[in-house]
Design a protein around this ligand. Structure first.
Ligand SMILES: [Zn+2]
Length: 74
């Protein structure tokens, strides 16, 4: 039996076929991949944060978006 692969960031289930082909594997999307990278680079996995995981993710998304937004501007 194949265990469903889930995105380590948002917990979304990935279809095995999709996961195998995804350039973002094991994440569901570029966004989640970047969030993971970002967390590691900030060392946030080692920090006990009073925020809930959802709040933390939201805050990180916002910071990420700001960073990506600068490079993305047309
Ligand atoms: Zn995800």
């Amino acid at each position: 039996m194949i265990r469903p692969q889930t995105c380590p960031i948002c917990g979304k289930e990935l279809a095995p076929e999709a996961a195998a082909e995804s350039p973002h594997f094991p994440f569901c999307s570029e966004r989640c991949r970047l969030v993971d990278l970002y967390r590691w680079s900030e060392g946030q996995y080692a920090i006990v944060d009073p925020l809930t995981p959802e709040q933390q993710l939201e805050a990180e998304m916002e910071r990420l978006e700001n960073e990506l937004g600068e490079a993305d501007e047309v």
